[in-house]
Write a protein that binds this ligand. Structure first.
Ligand code: ZN
Length: 173
C-alpha cells in the first residue's frame, strides 16, 4: 500500500471522464487499498480515483457510521428530495461551497471482486455519493456551488453564528 498524491483543481485529469473497470484483479485491489490509505491520511470523507490521477471508475467514501465503502463502476439509480449544505473537496483545498444535492440517493456499484450491490444514503452520505460520483465524470462541486467561502470566511461565519446563539440564549429565548 502507498499514499498517492491528490491532484488539485486546475489539473486537466480532474475534468476527464473515467473509464469503467473491467478487470477485478490485484491491480484494482492495490488501487482501492491506496485510495483508502490516502483518504484516511488526508482526513477526508471521500476520494475518487481520478483525484489521484487514475481515470478508472472507483470511489472510496466514509458513510455516517464511519465505515469505508468501496464502489467500483457506481451509478446513482434513484434519488429523492433536496438539501442545501456546505461541501469541500480534497482537490480544492482551503475552500467550501454551498451546494444543493438530493436528500437521499440509491447507488448501484460493484465491489472489488465484481459483485454487484446496492447501497443507500441520506444527509451527508447522500451528498458524498453525489460529490464522488461526479468526479468520475470530470465534474467538481465548484461548478454547482451557489456560493464559495474560504476556510477563514467560514470560521468567521461560524463564530458569528455562535455569538448570535449565545446572545439569544442569554435573553432566554
Ligand atoms: Zn472531491
Amino acid at each position: 500500500m502507498a499514499l498517492r498524491t491528490i491532484l488539485t483543481q486546475g489539473d486537466p485529469v480532474l475534468n476527464k471522464v473515467a473509464h469503467p473497470v473491467t478487470q477485478f484483479d490485484q491491480r484494482l485491489h492495490d488501487l482501492i487499498d491506496d485510495l483508502r490509505e490516502t483518504l484516511t491520511d488526508a482526513n477526508g470523507l471521500g476520494l475518487a480515483a481520478p483525484q489521484v490521477g487514475i481515470l478508472r471508475r472507483v470511489v472510496v467514501l466514509l458513510n455516517e457510521n464511519d465505515e469505508m465503502l468501496e464502489l467500483v463502476n457506481p451509478e446513482i439509480i434513484d434519488q429523492s428530495g433536496e438539501q442545501d449544505g456546505l461541501e469541500g473537496c480534497l482537490s480544492v483545498p482551503g475552500y467550501y461551497g454551498e451546494v444543493r444535492r438530493p436528500a437521499w440517493v440509491k447507488v448501484r456499484a460493484q465491489d472489488r471482486n465484481g459483485m454487484t450491490f446496492e447501497v443507500e444514503g441520506e444527509g451527508t452520505t447522500a451528498r458524498c455519493f453525489c460529490h464522488e460520483l461526479a468526479h468520475l465524470d470530470g465534474h467538481l462541486y465548484t461548478e454547482l456551488a451557489t456560493k464559495m467561502y474560504t476556510v477563514e470566511e467560514l470560521d468567521e461565519m461560524l463564530e458569528q453564528e455562535e455569538k448570535e446563539k449565545k446572545r439569544k440564549e442569554g435573553k432566554g429565548q
